[in-house]
Design a binder for this molecule. Structure first.
Ligand SMILES: Cc1ncc(C[n+]2csc(CCOP(=O)(O)OP(=O)(O)O)c2C)c(N)n1
Ligand SMILES: [Mg+2]
Length: 472
């Protein structure tokens, strides 16, 4: 941590101004909360009644009821019978403080070296699931490296990596079922990997060929899959959050054993859509899990310019939404928190907010150079000392579930599959020009016919300005 503070000017500013998130992550390795606590086998049913199972051991008051009336301790005091509930009256003029003296603690299961911290509460994960989590994190890491290089070689126009956020992507997906509907931002392709989206499907989308489900009409990384219950990525920040609430409400109406899950960044929490969505979800008691990837940066805007509150997690309480802060680089913590959140959301008809603390190790996108606004030492510290993939690898190795041979075999096989997928996708024909004008309207309006005619005339006049591989 000392190293981090020394090297992280921007983050330190963030600590001063806001919440000391990094301090939380690192301090949690030596949390005394976990010590001297007798905890029985960490099983899923603990989470059905979190108030009992956690019993204030880790996060006092975290799982209180969110009903408005219960927030007010009316005792024998005189009360105002307000439509929202009884409110105690007081002769004291006391403003509610803008912040609590303590930062919300960050739930962690594995320390930096992949060892279990004490005997804290977590959901046990089988060998089979753990190995799949690891395989998929490595696949995501390798896909990022190869697609990023492909963009640098000019073979695709754009790319966004997920480096540093592999655990949030994969472990959260592992804790869901395929019936849960996902509303992503753009840094969660790992959820698709977990659900079985193939490397060929990723490559088809990035190359915008005719096998792309979006028919080449979106920029790369705007994946979507009806089959896998994964809504198409929309880069317009935070628009997916209220959509998730609407979908969750319909799942509840249809009495489905499923929830909606939406991902967004720290930047997304500054959009009105985030606030409207949380409020709607609370009032409608919608089974939705909000997963905020707080990765320290929204392009070049640090969290110190994003929050004056204790990050995103405290905003849940403001809207009556149960919430938790987790170490997003700890796959077991993410898995446990999402597993518990999903159960509560569905069984108790309530939204849950998870703030996962992590770090965007890569540039924002291929259109960005993040060394212009943050110290390289800071990036390197997170890349090397806080890598979620190697932390989880240490844990599965210590269980005897992984070996160096398995590691080399996996990395070389994923690399080969990806190179093959790219070579094939690159050669597949592009969608025809006519596809630009279809699929929005049932009956094409006259202005679209007009636009298509103008485009075709323009292509005829200036063929050199149009890609030769797009069929007319
Ligand atoms: C409504 C809207 N405003 C601005 C942008 C430009 N923009 C694209 S990504 C981004 C930052 C988002 O940061 P965050 O939500 O933290 O996600 P991260 O990129 O860190 O994963 C911004 C401002 C946009 N796409 N949409
Ligand atoms: Mg961010």
């Amino acid at each position: 941590m000392a190293l981090c503070i020394k090297h992280s000017r921007n983050v330190v500013n963030g600590l001063k101004h806001t919440m000391g998130l990094l301090r939380m992550i690192n301090r949690s390795a030596s949390l005394t909360h976990f010590q001297n606590v007798e905890i029985t086998a960490p099983v899923a049913h603990d989470f059905n009644n979190p108030a009992v199972s956690f019993n204030g051991l880790l996060f006092p008051c975290r799982f209180e009821s969110t009903e408005a009336q219960k927030h007010c301790d009316t005792d024998d005091r005189e009360v105002l019978d307000f439509p929202g509930g009884k409110v105690a009256l007081t002769p004291e003029m006391r403003f509610i403080s803008e912040s609590s003296p303590d930062c919300t603690p960050c739930y962690r299961v594995l320390d930096d070296n992949g060892r279990l911290i004490g005997s804290g509460n977590y959901v046990q994960v089988s060998e089979e699931v753990s190995v799949k989590i690891y395989n998929d994190m490595v696949t995501l890491q390798t896909m990022d490296t190869i697609f990023y290089e492909a963009q640098r070689q000019g073979r695709i126009s754009f790319y966004v990596t997920t480096m540093g956020e592999e655990a949030i992507n994969i472990a959260s997906a592992a804790a869901l079922t395929l019936d849960d509907i996902v509303f992503p931002q753009y840094r969660e392709p790992g959820v698709l990997i977990w659900r079985g989206f193939t490397l060929e499907e990723f490559a088809n989308q990035c190359f915008g060929n005719k096998a792309d489900y979006g028919k080449g009409r979106q920029m790369p990384i705007h994946y979507g899959s009806n089959k896998l219950n994964y809504f198409t990525v929309s880069s317009t920040i935070a628009t997916q959050i209220p959509h998730a609430v609407g979908a969750a409400y319909s799942l509840k109406m249809d009495k489905k054993d499923a929830c909606a899950v939406t991902y967004f960044g720290d930047g997304g929490t500054s959009e009105g859509d985030f606030h409207a969505a949380l409020n709607f979800a609370a009032v409608l008691e919608a089974p939705v899990v909000f997963i905020c990837r707080n990765n320290g940066w929204a392009i070049s805007t640090p969290t110190s310019d994003q929050f004056r509150s204790d990050g995103a997690v405290v905003r849940g309480r403001a809207y009556g939404v149960r919430s938790i802060r987790v170490d997003g680089n700890d796959a077991l913590a993410v898995y446990s928190a999402v597993h518990a959140a999903r159960k509560m959301a569905i069984n108790e008809h309530r939204p849950i907010l998870i703030e996962a603390l992590t770090y965007r190790v890569g540039h924002h996108s291929t259109s960005d150079d993040s060394t212009k606004y943050r110290p390289v030492d800071e990036i390197e510290w997170w890349r090397l000392a806080q890598d979620p993939v190697s932390r989880f690898r240490k844990w599965i190795e210590s269980n005897g579930w992984w070996s160096s041979d398995a590691e080399s075999e996996l990395r070389s096989s994923v690399r080969k599959q990806l190179l093959h997928a790219i070579q094939v996708a690159e050669k597949v024909e592009k969608p025809p020009v006519a596809d630009l004008f279809s699929d929005v309207y049932d009956v094409t309006p006259s202005n679209l016919y007009e636009q298509e005619k103008l485009l075709r005339e323009n292509i005829e006049r200036h063929p050199q300005d149009y890609p030769p591989d797009v069929p007319l």
